[in-house]
Design a protein around this ligand. Structure first.
Ligand code: NI
Length: 225
């Protein structure tokens, strides 16, 4: 499933994030790339555990926990602390697949089921810099308004096209979902959306409770927690 989640951050949060990111110290993005990724990765990142990354990362995690569309679509078990990248003119990230497991420190690890990219730059402020995702339904080109986020399967091949004007500031991170399988997760999401619609139009209909029960019983069958 590939899903755009609008308005994760408010315009004020985006402006504050952009201000902090523009003042931050950036390092070569290859520092955190695997062997294959390092050959095609040409961008900059904030160092892990930099104060700006920690502050903005917490802001994003708080915003996500208050975003029902994200919670319903991702069914997150763990979320990796958000990272931040910058692409300037001429920079790009060639076709790659994200590493399957990320370490969290303290002996913990996270399986990357879903990849997230949250845009801090407005699309009109740069040319190029599109996130191109190849999934089972074909190729999608993604460039969202500032404050919006794309959620996509971490199993997909993807790349970022060269920036040809301006700069592109984003946050990126991974989610381990309670539902490992993308098809099952998409079914639960569709069902949740349908139940919300039905509940909105016919709140007293007994089928709403019945279907909510089916949703939770499927989740109980499939969830890894
Ligand atoms: Ni990637």
């Amino acid at each position: 499933m590939l899903l755009a989640i609008p308005k994760v951050l408010t315009p004020e949060q985006v402006a504050e994030g952009r201000r902090l990111l523009q003042q931050a110290q950036w390092v070569d993005g290859r520092a955190t790339a695997g062997h294959q990724g390092a050959r095609v990765k040409h961008n900059e990142q904030l160092p892990l555990r930099s104060p700006v990354a920690e502050q903005l990362g917490q802001m994003i995690l708080d915003a996500l926990s208050a975003t029902p569309l994200f919670m319903s679509a991702a069914l997150p078990l763990r979320i990796l602390p958000p990272s931040f990248n910058r692409y300037r003119v001429g920079q790009s990230f060639g076709t790659h697949v994200d590493g399957a497991v990320r370490t969290l420190g303290g002996g913990h690890a996270l399986r990357t089921d879903l990849s997230c990219t949250l845009f801090f730059s407005a699309p009109e402020d740069y040319d190029g810099g599109e996130l191109v995702i190849e999934d089972t339904y074909g190729t999608k080109r993604v460039k969202l308004p500032a404050g919006d986020m794309i959620l996509y399967p971490a199993t997909s091949l993807h790349h970022v096209t060269p920036v040809t004007r301006g700069e592109r500031l984003c946050s990126f991170f991974w989610v381990q979902s309670m539902i490992r399988d993308d098809t099952r997760r998409a079914l639960l999401f569709d069902m949740d959306v349908a139940i919300q619609r039905l509940g909105g139009e016919l709140p007293d209909h007994p089928a709403v409770v019945q279907l909510t029960g089916v949703y939770h019983n499927l989740l109980r069958q499939w969830a890894e927690v």
